[in-house]
Design a protein around this ligand. Structure first.
Ligand code: ADP
Length: 469
């Protein structure tokens, strides 16, 4: 049969909104829905954590006392909200705790046994429900052991004869608890294909600078290593319908952003001036994100800064010091606040993403969707999602020529404050002096397709490579 439905099982430690800690969960929550729209039979399998809200996500028991190694599990089934995508949840004492991971950094030794067991339980569950997947799509170190098992204990298992594996690296730095195995390395070595979450990052991780110690192992699998960009939830992040922002707008009327700017200025007690550029940044305040590149010198720029984030104390302290000295320039908001985030995306003219490394990055995509022009470091997914203006040269004539290539933002190369400062200054000059060019830049960004549909099509290509028939 040529048009048979491809069967995919996506195995992960998180699935948003049922069990979310971070970005991994968001991908697992969104990708299968987009795959279903491409007519794939995509299903998810995850642990049934004690932290899962059983009222909000009612599930039914489908297998009781299913044998897994010397222990047994109960298998439950629910669906991803607003979809028919089945989600299998494996119940076992390992997962009963209140938290998803045993420590916030997810590298607690006790998690080894937990996710080793989960990996075996994935394979046993597939057999128990008789779902013979074309591809087992594994994600991050938690499920890497399943690739190993398929090559060892399950090597001669008829059930998996036709099954291939794809291993997605969401966070290369998080390689699993230290022990005799490096689980991330195992996943890379034992899976049929590997991908990370952007094409540029897929190349960068082959180098010592970005490889997190695994560059050699990754280089051995270079031919099987791909980059697939993440999408964003274009319904949740939609300036035309967003209920969290003051005034909705679209490509037809991006100037309404000004009204959002004024209401945010008012809300945050910044000088309400529609003509002053507002520069936003929303991130975790950690080294990776380069927030330390913003220094006192930035107070000389003609703009207002609004930063939202949480993270390491040292970064919070130095940013708050800037706010204290220059209260009319800097507004630093130390919290996680979804509404405020949407308001900042909608209100800002420019958005900063000064990351040292960035596997994919979502904030630049969200910013562009809201007509906010990114000024970002030239690394990882930022390179793949932002078409830089400045590369073509200087001057208006050149700019209008480049506009034909649809630039959407600014990129800077080197990790230092001066590079960021100069690039931001360049963008401010354009904002103040060339409003028509600026408007085009803005609209170019708003026109980009960052939907999951696009990403799902790329994953489908990888699945087809694995299972061509
Ligand atoms: P990360 O490395 O943290 O996964 P991404 O750019 O991939 O970075 O994703 C960050 C996501 O979290 C974005 O949707 C961003 O809007 C959101 N976010 C980060 N910090 C905050 C915050 N303090 N308040 C609200 N949303 C936040």
């Amino acid at each position: 049969m040529t048009n048979r439905t491809m069967k995919i099982i996506i195995a992960a430690a998180e699935v948003t909104p049922i069990a979310k800690v971070g970005g991994l969960g968001d991908v697992i929550g969104a990708l299968p829905k987009a795959l279903a729209k491409l007519n794939l039979d995509a299903r998810v399998i995850a642990p049934f954590y004690g932290a899962i809200n059983r009222n909000k996500y009612p599930s039914k028991l489908i297998k009781q006392n299913l044998k897994v190694g010397s222990s047994s599990v109960n298998l439950w089934q629910t669906e991803l909200p607003d979809s028919a995508v089945p989600v299998y949840l494996i119940e076992h004492a390992f997962f009963n705790g209140r938290e998803i991971y045993s420590s916030p950094s997810a590298d607690e030794p006790s998690d080894i046994n937990k996710y080793n067991f989960f990996s075996r339980a994935i394979l046993e569950s597939l057999k128990a429900i008789n779902f013979k997947p074309d591809v087992i799509h594994l994600n991050d170190w938690h499920t890497a052991a399943a690739a190993n098992l398929l090559k060892t204990d399950y090597r001669n298992d008829e059930f998996f004869k036709q099954t291939k594996t794809l291993y997605t690296i969401h966070n290369l730095a998080n390689q699993g608890p230290a022990g005799k195995n490096n689980y991330m390395a195992d996943g890379i070595l034992n899976s049929d294909l590997i991908n990370t979450v952007s094409p540029t990052y897929a190349k960068e991780i082959l180098t010592r600078e970005y490889g997190a110690g695994l560059e050699k192992i990754l280089s051995r699998r270079k031919k099987q290593l791909y980059g697939v960009l993440n999408g964003i939830d274009t319904n949740f992040f939609n300036p035309a319908a967003d209920k969290l922002i003051d005034q909705n707008y679209s490509i037809e009327n991006p100037e309404i952003k000004t009204a959002n700017k004024q209401s945010l200025q008012k809300k945050l007690s910044l000088r309400a001036d529609k003509n002053t550029a507002l520069v936003g940044l929303i991130t975790r305040f950690v080294k990776q994100k380069g927030v330390d590149l913003i220094t006192e010198k930035f107070s000389e720029l003609n703009c207002q800064f609004v930063f939202l984030g949480t993270g390491e104390k040292r970064y919070e302290v130095s940013l708050l010091a800037l706010e204290k000295t220059y209260p009319d320039k800097f507004k630093i908001l130390i919290k996680f606040d979804e509404k405020l985030a949407h308001e900042i995306y909608a209100a800002s003219d420019i958005f900063l993403v000064p990351s040292r490394f960035e596997p994919c990055g979502l904030t630049q995509m969200i910013a562009m969707r809201y007509g906010t022009v990114p000024v970002a470091r030239s690394t990882g997914g930022l390179v793949d999602t932002i078409a830089p203006l400045q590369k073509g040269g200087r001057g208006v004539r050149l700019i209008s020529k480049i506009l034909g290539n649809k630039p959407t933002g600014f990129l800077f190369e080197k990790i230092n404050p001066a590079e960021l400062y100069n690039t931001l200054k360049k963008s401010l000059n354009l904002y103040y002096n060339k409003p028509k060019v600026w408007r085009r830049l803005r609209i170019n960004g708003m026109r980009q397709d960052f939907s999951w549909k696009k990403s799902a099509k790329e994953y489908l290509k990888l699945y087809k490579k694995l299972s061509p028939k």
